[in-house]
Design a protein around this ligand. Structure first.
Ligand SMILES: [Zn+2]
Ligand SMILES: [Zn+2]
Length: 136
């Protein structure tokens, strides 16, 4: 998944969790609008494509992380997931100062919009690509 910067944003405090509640987090500051990533790694880890918001790392607080585990999915990035329920929560590129948060783990309402598709050249043949702007 590529970083696309903090263009659109939402500044209310957001909270989220995995399915079992073993991981709970809070986002302060501005959250980027949601980007869909169709890359192969996102598909294999999520079971579909990933829809993620993004915040500065200093704006992410893990309030409960007993079951949070990290998988080094590439040389420069790792993915945070819950070892209890298997929920995918985070994508963290070690070289960047912001972190992606899987949007489906956010508590509703989020106030966010989905604004961009990336890596659509890797989409699977069954997948429907939302009719919004795409960056390949
Ligand atoms: Zn991806
Ligand atoms: Zn869980």
């Amino acid at each position: 998944m590529k970083s696309t910067g903090l263009t659109q944003s939402h500044s209310a405090q957001l909270t989220g969790s995995c399915l079992c509640g073993g991981v709970r987090y809070r986002l302060d500051g501005q959250a980027r609008d949601v980007v869909n990533c169709f890359c192969g790694q996102c598909q294999k880890t999520s079971g579909h494509y990933v829809a993620a918001t993004r915040v500065a790392k200093t704006d992410l607080t893990i309030e409960q992380g007993d079951t949070l585990r990290w998988y080094d999915s590439s040389k420069e990035a790792k993915r945070g997931f819950c070892r209890q329920c298997g929920g995918n929560l985070f994508w963290d590129n070690n070289t960047e100062d912001s972190i992606s948060i899987m949007a489906g783990t956010l508590d509703k309402p989020t106030g966010l919009q989905t604004t961009l598709n990336i890596n659509t050249e890797d989409a699977s043949d069954y997948q429907l690509i939302p009719e919004i702007k795409s960056l390949d």
